[in-house]
Design a protein around this ligand. Structure first.
Ligand code: ADP
Ligand code: MG
Length: 622
């Protein structure tokens, strides 16, 4: 016998599970059955791919029994791959997955949300301690002789002893506590299994005793019964018309461990050169690990109804990693390996057809059910934007699907809707980047556009800065950041030409002072309160973009010089035109440039020089 301590994170988690999840305690059975099913899948796969197991005898099944006496208990047995001593310690004593701390910090104390997270995170087994005061897991690994029993009360430690089991597999005995005693019941077990595990691919049997009575209602004996309590049918192979919404939703809960209903689903069957079925779900809330590098993929691959893998990120493109569901192919070989999978022509075709189907369905929803689409966008706008640069083949469609905030109204708008609202002769689609929503909405750069009633897209997601410039155009319209030189085209008016002429001498003065620090110095049409701003030339990356690129390690990037724009109406600028003090004019020229950089959140090149000039000018003013 050996004693072991739970890893700290496990203890923490056990505490949380037991104290915050008891309103959802029935999920323990779903988790046990899903583990049994995983174990059967693994053994099945082994017999197909590993020569040592080719002739291994398998009888895949799950058995549930219960005892109703004083000591109530519930037992779940499977004939799957089993665990040896090391596996027991590793799998039922630690949380192997990285990101555990991150996960724990995401817990909210809200039982419903947390139970969801816990299922998604895959710490399912530990949920047994919601209903059991003691748990015994006896297991024998396929191909090995010895069996071991893992025992714990869920309080900091567990024990492992040598034990016996007739064949490979795992038997889990729960000694039910007060919270759990209601589950030692035929009806409860049947209900829960029907609800969550009906379409598990293997038969689940329930063993129970049925009492017999005579005419007068007197008990005459008891009969042992064994009954299959799940359909064990691959739901995705059935025809849509035979499946109710509830059946779809419950199946979703089985495969996703999510206790909320999905937002929507898409079930398709392809028959033709390739034969396959797919069933994809979109979770109502984005998976907690969506932005983690080691996220768990949510799509399972089956070949002719036999489970192959649920750990293959390449089944769908990464930007659709929030999808949950099943792909089942009739054409892939049963012993398909990961390496083969990635370059397999059948798989590639299924993948690209599936992406098209999913995007098509999103488009359909966007057109027909705005409310649902908005809910979708609130969760998944960002991954769709990733698609804009990952998935060139579907870029046009993705451009119709992504949404942006806008200066015109609250909420989200599509590029299509924007172009429909464009003013007469508007030449481009304008957007502003580089700050949070509030800052951007109040940016002085937008004032001139507002005056002309030209809508500007508010891109407050740092990610937009990377994606949008790479798009270039939507239909025939250029996408232009308002801090770009030629974005002034649409807001110029006739008086601007005159002002520009009058400003010429001042522009010359500034140009002379700054030399080759700037690409050009020009009269601005977009400023109201500020005396100056920097913009970038048509083809150059914006200042913010340059900073992002530098922070991403592209230090070697050639320096791109900005264009300095001067506000002809500003007091400082007008006084600059009148002064004959050359030294002062030079100081002011530099200060106009440096402050324009500072407001954009860009560092000034020579801070010491900046302070010197600032103090000189202040000295004269006070
Ligand atoms: P998950 O199923 O998400 O991995 P669980 O907490 O449900 O997380 O299970 C932890 C691990 O314990 C599983 O990954 C598996 O390796 C092992 N395990 C649990 N139940 C069984 C079982 N019935 N047969 C074999 N291995 C099991
Ligand atoms: Mg599990």
């Amino acid at each position: 016998m050996s004693k072991h301590q739970f890893q700290t994170e496990v203890s923490q988690l056990l505490n949380l599970i037991v104290h915050s999840l008891y309103s959802h305690k029935e999920i323990f059975l779903r988790e046990l059955v899903s583990n049994a099913s995983d174990a059967l899948d693994k053994l099945n796969y082994l017999t197909m791919t590993d020569d040592a197991f080719r002739d291994f005898d398998i009888d895949p099944r799950v058995d549930i029994e219960f005892s109703e006496g004083d000591e109530k208990s519930l037992t779940v047995t499977d004939t799957g791959i089993g665990m040896n001593q090391d596996d027991l310690v590793e799998n039922l004593g630690t949380i192997a997955k990285s990101g555990t701390k991150g996960f724990l910090s995401q817990l909210t104390g809200d039982a419903k949300k947390d139970s969801n997270l816990i299922g998604q995170f895959g710490v399912g087994f530990y949920s047994v301690f919601m209903v059991a005061s003691k748990v015994e897991v006896t297991s024998r690994k396929a191909g090995e002789e010895k069996a071991y029993t893992w025992t714990s009360t869920g309080e900091g430690e567990f024990e492992i002893t040598e034990s016996e089991l007739d064949s490979n597999g795992t038997r889990i005995v729960l000694h039910l506590n007060d919270e759990g005693k209601e589950y030692a019941s035929r009806w409860q077990i049947q209900d829960i299994v029907k609800k969550y595990s009906d379409h598990i691919a293997f038969p689940i049997y329930l063993r129970y005793t049925q009492k017999q009575y005579d005419d007068k209602g007197k008990e005459t004996g008891a009969e042992e019964k064994l009954e299959q309590i799940n359909a064990a049918s691959a739901l995705w192979k059935q025809s849509k018309s035979d499946l109710s919404d509830d059946v779809y939703k419950n199946f979703y809960k089985t495969i996703s461990h999510d206790s909320d209903d999905p937002l929507f689903w898409l079930h398709t069957k392809a028959e033709g050169t390739l034969e396959y079925s797919t069933l994809f779900y979109v979770p109502a809330t984005a998976p907690f690990d969506m932005y983690q590098v080691d996220y768990r993929p949510g799509v399972k691959l089956y070949v002719q109804r036999v489970f192959i893998t649920d750990d293959e990120k390449e089944l769908m493109p990464t930007y659709l990693r929030f999808l949950r569901g099943v792909i089942d192919s009739e054409d892939l070989p049963l012993n398909v390996s990961r390496e083969i999978l990635q370059q397999n022509r059948v798989m590639t075709s299924i993948k690209s057809a599936s992406v098209k189907k999913v995007l098509g369905e999103l488009q359909r929803i966007a057109l027909n059910d705005k409310e649902l689409y908005t809910t979708f966008i609130e969760q998944y706008n960002r991954p769709l934007k990733e698609g804009l640069y990952q998935d060139f083949a579907n870029r046009e469609q993705l451009m119709e699907l992504v949404r942006f905030k806008s200066s015109r109204e609250e909420g989200f708008t599509s590029l299509e809707e924007y172009t429909q609202r464009m003013v007469a002769d508007q030449k481009a689609i304008y957007y502003v980047t580089g700050g949070d929503e509030q800052t951007l909405r109040n940016s002085p750069l937008l004032e001139a556009y507002a005056k002309k009633e030209i809508e500007v897209l508010i891109m407050d997601d740092e990610f937009d800065e990377i994606v949008v410039p790479s798009l270039g155009k939507y239909k025939e319209f250029d996408l232009k950041p308002v801090n770009r030189a030629d974005a002034g085209d649409d807001i110029k008016d006739k008086t601007d030409k005159k002002k520009e002429k009058a400003l010429k001498p001042v522009l010359e003065t500034i140009k002379k002072a700054l030399g080759d620090r700037v690409k050009d110095v020009r009269a601005s049409v977009r400023l109201t309160d500020s005396p100056s701003c920097v913009v970038v030339d048509d083809a150059d990356p914006t200042m913010q973009m340059q900073q992002i690129l530098r922070s991403m390690g592209q230090a070697e990037m050639p320096e791109v010089k900005p264009i300095l724009e001067i506000n002809p109406d500003h007091e400082i600028v007008q006084k600059l035109g009148e002064t004959s003090d050359d030294a002062l004019a030079e100081d002011v020229a530099f200060l106009l440039y440096d402050q324009a950089l500072l407001v954009e959140g860009v560092q000034v090149k020579e801070p010491a020089d900046f302070v010197k000039r600032l103090n000189r000018v202040l000295g004269r003013a006070v």
